[in-house]
Design a protein around this ligand. Structure first.
Ligand code: AMP
Length: 449
């Protein structure tokens, strides 16, 4: 007679499955994503500090926006025909069925936040600054990642070109504060919905007559986004474009006056610029001013934009608001950091502690935590190696780190609530009560300096 298989009760089987140990597996970052490790953080910190300082100096208030927005915000805002929306968006459906996207750029979210939070009633212009990650499913390469960081400034509610000049001035000030010496401001005006259609048809008829010689992408662009043909990097397109009609020759009076006044403001600021008729920027919403800031000191002369921006007077209507003039700028921090390293711009290194806290035994270890906190609260930087039990190895480390003072707490000191303060420069040593440590350390550091 066959033996009956023992049936495990269902509950027990499920519990067993849950507690079964998974086979170990090591993970790598997803393609195009990377860790920004502590050794490069001083560069990032320098950029963040410069952005914060300039935003503060020009009264641009910080705003933080969600990473996830409705996909349609970018389809309408950034524009369906743009590379960002057509090819590069990380998009997905939530469990609740919402079509969303990871933000590929900041401006549409800023406009959405402005309208949603009633900023129309705030005093104008509303000045905002942001910093954070963006996501674009582009082919990863040097200076191009799928997760990258941008900072940006947006001035909303003012059509005067003085605001365009201020945003450009701020962008340049950030780069100068970071330590860049040579930069090039590229600038253009691409008109508005009044004058652009007639310029567009001029351009299209010029390009149509030369369509056969354009690259495949530009043949498509000619239909969907003819302005983009102007900034194609293909040699054959560049040649055709060099003779093409230029937007600035076909601006309506308002756009022309606006551009002239902007250039006058830049002259007043002694900011040099290059009018670049091929500069159109990749996004649909720009009107009038567009600009980019290039790092020009590349050895091989190749230039990569550190950042760019422009005016977007018609975007608010597209996103359901009233017509609201606005101008903004965004720069990629990853690329700025790469340029800093390449050109020898210094990073930001915080002050190195001059005091080392050494301990011996469990009770001393616990007391050390308290002393550390007292010193930290008093603004005195302290280095330690709490995990080490050996006093000699701690003192060796203090020596290697070139500390001025070492505070030693052993078993006896822990019981007496005292600390030995050893002056590493002159070798002297004294015993101080816990409550006097902060004052005494401060005094000694002052004498040493
Ligand atoms: P955009 O929003 O395309 O005008 O880009 C503004 C700036 O963001 C660029 O000048 C770059 O510095 C940076 N940037 C754009 N795309 C990427 C990317 N995929 N990886 C790294 N930085 C980027």
């Amino acid at each position: 007679m066959p033996r009956k298989k023992k049936v495990q009760p269902v509950k027990e089987a499920v519990a067993k499955k849950r507690t079964r140990k998974l086979k170990p597996k090591q993970f790598q970052t997803v393609r195009g994503m990377r860790d920004i490790l502590p050794d490069v953080q001083p560069y990032w910190q320098k950029v963040r500090k410069a952005v914060e300082k300039i935003a503060n100096d020009y009264s641009y208030n910080r705003i933080d926006l969600p990473l996830v927005e409705f996909r349609e915000l970018y389809e309408r805002g950034t524009g369906k025909g743009t590379d960002i929306v057509e090819k590069e968006m990380f998009k997905f459906k939530t469990q609740g069925g919402d079509d969303v996207a990871l933000r590929p750029e900041g401006t549409p979210g800023i406009v959405r936040a402005y309208l949603q939070n009633g900023m129309q009633s705030w005093s104008k212009p509303v000045k905002l600054s942001y910093i954070g990650p963006m996501y674009r499913y582009d082919r990863p390469q040097e200076g191009r990642y799928r997760e990258f960081y941008q900072f940006g400034f947006e001035a909303i509610g003012e059509k005067d070109a003085i605001l365009d000049a201020q945003v450009i001035q701020m962008a340049l000030r950030v780069f100068k504060t970071i330590g860049f010496k040579k930069m090039s401001l590229q600038i253009n005006s691409i008109g508005c919905s009044e004058c652009r259609p007639s310029y567009n048809s001029l351009l299209v008829s010029y390009l149509n007559n030369r369509k056969k010689s354009l690259c495949m992408d530009c043949k498509k662009r000619l239909k969907n986004n003819p302005l983009r043909v102007l900034d194609c990097k293909e040699e054959k397109c560049t040649q055709i474009v060099s003779q093409a009609p230029q937007a600035i020759d076909h601006l309506c009076k308002e756009c022309k006056d606006h551009f002239t006044f902007l250039l006058e403001c830049l002259d007043e600021l002694d900011v040099s610029y290059e009018i670049n008729s091929r500069l159109v920027r990749g996004l649909d919403y720009y009107t009038k001013t567009v600009f980019e800031i290039w790092a020009t000191n590349d050895e091989n002369g190749a230039r990569k934009a550190l950042g760019g921006g422009g005016r977007y007077d018609e975007l608010f209507e597209t996103l359901g608001g009233k017509r609201t003039p606005a101008v903004g700028f965004a720069a990629g921090i990853d690329r700025v950091v790469e340029k800093m390293k390449e050109t020898g711009v210094k990073a930001f290194y915080p002050a190195i502690p001059k005091v080392y806290l050494a301990q011996l035994g469990d009770m001393a270890k616990k007391k050390s935590l308290r002393i550390f906190e007292e010193l930290e609260k008093a603004g005195i930087g302290v280095a330690e190696s709490f995990g080490r039990g050996n006093l000699r190895s701690q003192l060796n480390q203090a020596n290697q780190l070139d500390m001025d003072l070492v505070l030693i707490i052993g078993q006896r000191e822990a019981l007496d609530e005292t600390v030995i303060i050893k002056d590493m420069k002159c070798g002297s040593q004294e015993v101080v009560a816990f409550r006097k440590v902060v004052d005494q350390v401060r005094k000694k550091l002052k004498n040493n300096s």
